[in-house]
Ligand binder design. Structure first.
Ligand code: NDP
Length: 440
């Protein structure tokens, strides 16, 4: 706390990981001696910069941009860029820290980073977003590169923003290189990337359920968010025979007891990506659905499965208790750190299967890693091949979590602590690489 005053999100993320790592390294002198955990918790660097742009009314706007490069022990820095008014240095440090473990878990050679700005792309014209993205990249370009740091999208940064930023990078350096992932298919993007995070979170859920001889078919799911991750998670749940009851945005949620099927999901995508509308409009369009506003979250809707796919700290202790009281069987996080520490304890105490974002949503960055490979090779793999790779990657990540998250001495309790499993498996690879480098 003294080292990072006021950085609550970052401290929360480090604390959660540290608890598990301390236990793991208790009898491993080499990690203590090298101060590995302390070193991972201090980002390699935090770049903060001014982003100046002109709005459509010719007002000069001044925003702040950041790139937090946490750790590149096992590969080039990699992590998304977020444009949202809630972005702070603390939020980006927490995300970069989490990303380091997540990227390690994928088994691919990628370090951890995160970047962004407090810029709010909502209600801005395309031209304003373009000018902002170009200004942002005019500073960022000097800190990134295909072998140095490869950013991607995140909240508020989708295909449109990636296009503007990639165009500006290419113009400045005069090279076509895979410096960003999540690119359009016409210019080096990977098939399966848009689907990867949401699908991956559902594959992880499926692996968890199968480990307990259950499956998704016939079960109800409550999903938060209505962006990229949420809509793809919903799509995969529907494909696997589940029923999706809710979607949300930062204003509230919709509950559709008839189930949100593929046609309705397509409608939501159009609403969000093309019309840039609000989820409340869903209830005006589809009879039987109800809208709950004032920032309400969907966690008191009874369900078997819960997938938080919007943002950090959107599921607190009270929400977790509601879910448990209503008989939830499993929780798989599409978003990053959506459940508060107290909420996680509720799930653990109730022995609810719980997959943290750093494991469950790693499919997105994994396919981004595959986008880097395709760009480097100047090839483009097909949908089927990438789909198979994603399925296998999620199975492997689940396997690692089971390996390190199973109780050492069960005493009859075989509950798998997926948080611990993900933390330890992710930590070990990074830590061993750092040990090999000596004191740097
Ligand atoms: P999008 O911008 O596509 O969608 C975000 C969704 O979350 C929107 O519905 C948005 O509503 C909602 N939301 C944002 N902020 C809040 C808030 N403060 N309270 C309630 N709802 C909110 O982002 P993604 O779907 O890409 O990302 C969602 C989450 O998944 C994030 O945590 C992200 O870090 C994580 N993630 C994403 C990956 C990816 O591949 N895209 C990879 C791994 C993790 P509104 O429209 O009102 O803003």
């Amino acid at each position: 706390k003294k080292r990072n005053p006021g950085q609550t999100e970052f401290i929360q993320a480090v604390r959660e990981v540290a608890q598990d790592i301390f236990e793991f390294i208790e009898d491993k002198e080499e990690y203590h001696q090298a101060q590995i955990l302390r070193r991972i918790a201090e980002p390699d660097r935090v770049v903060s910069f001014r982003v100046c742009w002109e709005d459509d009314n010719h007002n000069i706007r001044v925003q702040r941009g950041w790139r937090v490069q946490c750790n590149n022990a096992i590969g080039p820095y990699k992590g998304g860029i977020r444009f949202h008014p809630t972005v702070t240095e603390s939020v980006l440090k927490f995300l970069a820290f989490e990303q380091t473990f997540k990227n390690s878990l994928t088994g691919l050679p990628m370090g951890g980073a995160k970047g962004g700005s407090n810029f709010n792309p909502k209600e801005k014209s395309d031209a304003e977003v373009m000018r902002f993205c170009q200004s942002f990249m005019t500073e960022l370009y000097r800190h990134i590169g295909p072998d140095t740091d490869v950013p991607a999208g995140d909240i508020g940064v989708g295909g449109r923003e990636i296009g503007y930023m990639f165009g500006q990078y290419k113009r400045i350096v005069n090279r076509w290189e895979g410096v960003l992932t999540g690119k359009g298919l016409e210019y080096g993007g990977s098939k399966m990337r848009p689907e990867a995070t949401g699908y991956g979170a559902v594959y992880f859920l499926q692996n968890m359920l199968r480990h307990r001889d259950m499956d998704i078919e016939g079960h109800t799911a409550v999903i938060s968010g209505s962006g990229n991750v949420a809509t793809h998670a919903a799509e995969k749940i529907v494909q696997l025979g589940g029923k999706v009851l809710t979607l949300s945005d930062s204003d509230g949620f919709v509950h559709d007891p008839d189930g949100i099927d593929q046609d309705k999901i397509d409608w939501v995508r159009h609403l969000k990506n093309v019309k840039r509308g609000r989820i409340s409009e869903y209830a005006e369009h589809f009879t039987g659905a109800t809208y709950h506003g004032d920032g309400a979250r969907p966690w008191n809707v009874p369900c078997d499965l819960a997938l938080p796919c919007a943002t950090q700290n959107e599921l607190d202790e009270g929400n977790a208790k509601d879910l448990v009281d209503n008989g939830v069987k499993a929780v798989s996080e599409g978003a990053n750190m959506p459940t508060t520490l107290e909420g996680v304890h509720v799930f653990h105490d109730a022995r609810v299967m719980y997959a943290p974002g750093k494991a469950a949503n790693a499919g997105g960055v994994a396919v981004s890693g595959l986008e880097m490979s395709q760009n480097a090779e100047r090839v483009s793999w097909n949908h089927e091949r990438l789909g198979d790779m994603l399925t296998e990657l999620m199975r492997d990540i689940h396997g690692k979590c089971v390996e390190y998250g199973s109780p050492r001495d069960s005493g009859g309790d075989d509950y798998i602590d997926y948080v611990k499993g993900a933390n330890i498996a992710g930590f070990k690879k990074v830590a061993d690489a750092m040990l090999a480098f000596g004191v740097v």
